[in-house]
Design a protein around this ligand. Structure first.
Ligand code: NI
Length: 398
């Protein structure tokens, strides 16, 4: 795999690893990536990029123009998580309670390494936008959504967009793709059941919302098992039921909190409709009233079929078919790049973070981004740009 690393990337890889560790040691949570974005801005300006700041809060867009041609966008996320790091590494977080436990430090450094090489080589015709996004983890809201609300694609229209994420458990040097729906939508639904409070000894004078909630928890299980196709993925979890304080008091209300996930936009709609109908009519059947509040989270992440197949083929030609997983299984996690893919076709793909023993999953206090993945992934960004914005078809493969 090492022969596939571009010479220009190899030359700067030590510097980029040091940069990654610097970001890792100074993690910043969503919309607070002030120092991280300043570091990115300084580098990109020095390399000759046209840099726009303050998009979606701390978001940065860096543009490089290479004459007439298509426009593509590459995205990296910048934010850390509220986790206390336990790696014991010399570059471990110096900020208590904050940690780059999802490898966004790596994603940022990968894109910077590619940016450095592309600014020098400039083997492309068209326009390249690099998007450095805040708050992928959703603390304080979605950074991708905030950038959209700031007119991202009106100000920087793109023909295609791309993003990557590292994956512990997938061998180093491997890339993974999936055309179509790849990551789940995630929504939160709150059901407030209004009954009539009363004395625990005189239930005949009350409408007990606890009984309604208990019955509704079971009824909700029928949605995935009876309304969703057995061939489709969906999750309805009642994560919290809150009601009452005392053994001898029937409370007036009960609250239920649900997380709801789906892999198809149509299934997502079905879940919303069925939960609302079931809650309202179930409660009515007991003489109570259900108030259903839907809080939309990230949508289903849907990769463009044609672009994803092209990208997978490019990876196979470059790395060899053995190092590319063409049909990854869908993931039940979610990702706010999904908002962008609703507006612009593109592909979100996976790079291996290593499958060695002791490697931790993302969001674990023992996790660290694998620096060996950096030059490979940066080289792939460069290959992708030269392919998509290649002056002559096939030239990128030479
Ligand atoms: Ni992540």
């Amino acid at each position: 795999m090492y022969s596939t690393i571009l010479p220009g990337i190899r030359r700067i890889s030590d510097e980029m690893v040091a940069l990654r560790r610097q970001i890792h040691a100074h993690p910043e949570l969503g919309f607070e990536e002030f120092n991280t974005s300043q570091l990115i801005i300084d580098k990109l300006q020095a390399w000759g990029y046209q840099v726009t700041t303050g998009i979606g809060g701390t978001g940065v867009v860096a543009s490089l123009h290479g004459g007439r041609g298509p426009v593509i966008g590459l995205r990296a996320d910048m934010d850390a998580l509220p986790i206390q790091e336990e790696t014991g590494l010399s570059w471990a977080s110096r900020i208590p309670g904050k940690m780059h436990a999802c490898g966004h430090d790596g994603h940022t450094a990968i894109l910077l390494a590619a940016a450095c090489e592309l600014a020098q080589s400039r083997r492309f015709h068209g326009t390249l936008h690099l998007f450095f996004q805040p708050a992928e983890e959703g603390h304080g809201g979605s950074g991708a959504k905030r950038m959209l609300d700031d007119g991202l694609f009106q100000r920087f229209p793109c023909d295609a967009i791309f993003a990557l994420h590292n994956m512990p458990g997938l061998a180093l040097g491997k890339l993974g793709f999936r055309a179509g729906p790849f990551m789940a939508s995630t929504d939160t639904i709150t059901i407030l059941i209004h009954g009539t409070g009363g004395h625990g000894a005189m239930p005949q004078h009350a409408v007990d919302p606890v009984v309604v909630a208990a019955s509704l928890v079971m009824a909700l299980q029928s949605i995935v098992s009876r309304n969703v196709s057995p061939l489709d993925m969906a999750v309805v979890t009642v994560g919290a039921v809150l009601a009452g304080d005392a053994a001898n008091v029937i409370p007036a209300t009960a609250e239920m909190r649900l997380t709801v996930r789906a892999l198809l936009p149509a299934t997502r709609q079905l879940l919303h409709q069925r939960i609302r109908l079931l809650a309202e009519q179930h409660a009515a059947g007991f003489g109570a009233r259900a108030e259903v509040r839907l809080q939309h989270g990230y949508p289903v992440l849907v990769n463009d079929d044609v672009i994803t197949r092209q990208l997978s083929l490019l990876a196979q030609e470059w790395l060899g078919a053995d190092n590319v997983i063409d049909e990854l299984a869908p993931l039940t996690g979610s990702e706010d790049f999904a908002y962008w893919l609703e507006q612009v076709p593109g592909c979100y793909f996976i790079i291996g973070n290593g499958d060695g023993e002791g490697g931790c999953m993302v969001h674990n206090p023992g996790y660290d981004f694998n620096d060996e993945a950096l030059p490979l992934a940066a080289s792939f960004w460069v290959r992708l740009v030269e392919y998509w914005l290649g002056p002559v078809e096939g030239e990128a493969q030479t």
